[in-house]
Ligand binder design. Structure first.
Ligand code: FAD
Length: 371
């Protein structure tokens, strides 16, 4: 009889263990990036909870970047109105200050593009599950409980038991541990506390599965984890990123910004500052593409080399010309800003390097091939 690595009844590039808010957001973002996945959630449905979560300005800005912030607020309003009609439910939604009007009044790059939003955990999970339903490449299996996994150089085979006591072996290239604070995935793969991937690099941990119990604002860290882990996995599966992307995710995670205001910066690793453009409504955040974005504020910069080298590396790159936006340019401080799919800066510069090799070095460094 072969090992479990050879015996499997489902295959997928990525399996996400746990369909809470963070698991669903990871799956949704993988879907946007063109990577199919299976989400295995032990519960048969989303359980009703009046526990409330506050998604801070940065988390809501990420939702805006993913194109789901308006739909989210609409659903929060609709569901909370419906639920508050039931006496057992508290009214949990509130849009905390500052308001959108206040956010746009002071256009100095220190504010987030969106105000915070409070809602019940149930509403958040229900919304994100609904968003996953819009991605045909995301398969959700309710009633599947994760039991164990085996990791090898080629991938992972995970074993689940469903609500009819049938076992399923799922083979994938990567496994995302998005389970709860029992952290069964983390314990099974021997990841040390404060490490967010397995030693072999085929399992990455997001959300509660790797949160320390004292960590404040855990939902907001989970939102950062979801967008941070998913672009790295997509880059590996689409063969333009190196394994180093998982190692660097595992070593340290992007900390959630989001309390009040944030000093605008384009140093690598910083979030792209939100600046409202001259039309009075578009944010710099709205310029970001599904994948990588090069923002060019100079009419003179010849960015062809970036586009053609990215093409050669099979790295999906959107070029955005942001000309005659002098105010936004002065806050960004650089003519060229290369942005990762999680809305964080990978590189900035005043001019396109003269040689293709230097452009290639920048893109390779951004995708984990640097030393
Ligand atoms: C009591 C409590 C209080 C909290 N208070 C705050 C707070 O004040 N502020 C804050 O920001 N955050 C708080 N949090 C954290 C917040 O609820 C989470 O960050 C948020 O729910 C998103 O977490 P998640 O999706 O990572 O994990 P979870 O919401 O825990 O979802 C994990 C999912 O994995 C599933 N799962 C678990 N084991 C398995 C398995 N073996 N197989 C398959 N599926 C599995 C679970 O059923 C669950 O659906 C609190 C959490 C708890 C439990």
């Amino acid at each position: 009889m072969g090992s479990v690595m050879e015996n499997f009844d489902h295959a997928t590039p990525i399996v996400v263990v746990g369909g809470g808010a963070v698991g669903m957001l990871t799956a949704f973002q993988l879907g946007r990036l063109g990577v199919p996945c299976i989400v295995a959630e032990q519960k048969l449905d989303i359980s009703a909870s009046t526990k409330s979560e506050t998604l801070n300005g940065r988390s809501m800005e990420i939702f805006r970047m993913l194109g789901i912030s308006d739909d989210f607020r609409t659903m929060v309003d609709a569901l909370d109105a419906q639920e508050s009609a039931n006496e057992d439910w508290e009214i949990t939604s509130e849009t905390s200050v500052p308001s959108m009007a206040e956010l746009t009044a002071e256009n100095d790059g220190t504010w987030f593009a969106e105000p915070a939003q409070t809602c019940s955990t149930t509403v958040l999970e229900r919304f994100l599950r609904r968003m996953c339903f819009t991605k045909p490449s995301v398969e959700i299996r309710h009633g599947w409980k994760y039991l164990s996994h085996e990791e090898g150089p080629e991938g992972v085979t995970a074993t689940f038991i469903d609500d009819c006591w049938e076992q399923h072996a799922v083979k994938s290239q990567y496994l995302v541990g998005a389970d709860d604070c029992e952290a069964r995935v983390r314990k099974n793969c021997g990841a040390e506390p404060q490490k967010y991937c397995s030693p072999e690099g085929r399992v990455v941990l997001v959300g509660e599965s790797c949160a320390s119990s004292q960590e404040a604002s855990r939902i907001n860290q989970g939102v950062e984890d979801a967008v941070n882990a998913s672009w790295r996995l997509a880059a590996l599966l689409q063969a333009y990123g190196s394994d180093q992307l998982i190692t660097s995710y595992g070593e340290s995670k992007a900390q959630p910004d989001g309390k009040g205001r944030c000093k605008p910066s384009t140093s690598p690793g910083s979030r792209v500052p939100h600046i409202t453009l001259t039309d009075g409504k578009t944010s710099t955040i709205d310029l970001l593409g599904h994948e990588w974005t090069l923002i060019s504020s100079s009419a003179l910069a010849n960015t062809d080399a970036f586009c053609s080298v990215a093409d050669e590396l099979r790295m999906p790159l959107k070029l955005v010309k942001m000309v005659r936006e002098f105010h936004a340019h002065s806050i960004l401080g650089y003519n060229l800003v290369l942005v990762r799919p999680d809305g964080r800066v990978a590189w900035r510069g005043q001019e396109v390097p003269s040689g293709r090799d230097q452009v290639s070095d920048i893109l390779q460094e951004a995708t984990g091939w640097g030393n």
